[in-house]
Design a protein around this ligand. Structure first.
Ligand SMILES: [Zn+2]
Length: 215
């Protein structure tokens, strides 16, 4: 009897992106483990560039801590520079190598509808790389910098505990980067967004939801 298995690759340009965009959805997939389905998750974060608040080692440790919450393996960071991913010719190769290792049936990545060039670059590279693999679905998630984001798929969930816990691993870097800007995130804002998305997905009964552009 064949083993039921789901391989998931979650890609983020920066630490915290995956958790902001699809932590609730990942939690839903994790629950499949309770019904005997093997769920393998890999996180690929393209940059762990240190700043004045966090060393690269600290950023990596926190990313690993978050990945552990999902029973996920953190693949080597792309080692690219924050804000410069648009300039990195090998970004699609990094993602392709991660797909080669993961053999994903499901991929989570950035939406192309985003103000950050890094996010758009990761989206483009993902879409380019995935054509060489048998990926069933690419879920493109929104970020606080989303613009003209037009979701056609929602994944519901009933608790924000896991998402907030995962984001807390990145609190220092998220705060240093976003505080005082329109991109600032807080548990209250995350809850509000998840409630709004659940409301949009009114055919679902879930309390919260994340929205995706499904390719
Ligand atoms: Zn980002």
């Amino acid at each position: 009897m064949p083993t039921k298995k789901v391989n998931i690759l979650a890609i983020g340009a920066h630490p915290g992106d995956i958790e902001l965009g699809c932590a609730g959805a990942l939690e839903k997939y994790i629950a499949l483990r309770n019904v005997g389905i093997e769920v393998n998750i890999r996180f690929l974060i393209m940059t762990c560039e240190p700043d004045k608040h966090c060393s690269a080692i600290t950023i990596t440790e926190r990313a690993e801590k978050s990945a552990d919450l999902f029973g996920a393996k953190l693949l080597s960071f792309g080692g690219l520079k924050k804000g410069k991913l648009w300039n990195a010719k090998h970004i699609a190769d990094v993602i392709g190598d991660a797909m080669d290792e993961t053999d994903p049936s499901i991929v989570f990545t950035h939406s192309g509808h985003d103000r950050f060039e890094d996010h758009r670059s990761v989206y483009k590279a993902t879409m380019s790389a995935q054509t060489s693999f048998l990926v069933d679905a690419v879920y493109c998630y929104e970020s606080p910098a989303a613009v003209a984001f037009c979701p056609n798929h929602y994944i519901k969930f009933n608790s924000l505990i896991m998402k907030l816990k995962a984001l807390a691993c990145h609190a220092q870097i998220l705060e240093s980067f976003f505080v005082g800007t329109f991109l600032q995130v807080s548990p209250e804002l995350i809850q509000l967004k998840a409630r709004v998305r659940a409301k949009e997905a009114c055919r679902f009964l879930g309390r919260y939801a994340e929205a995706f552009e499904l390719s």
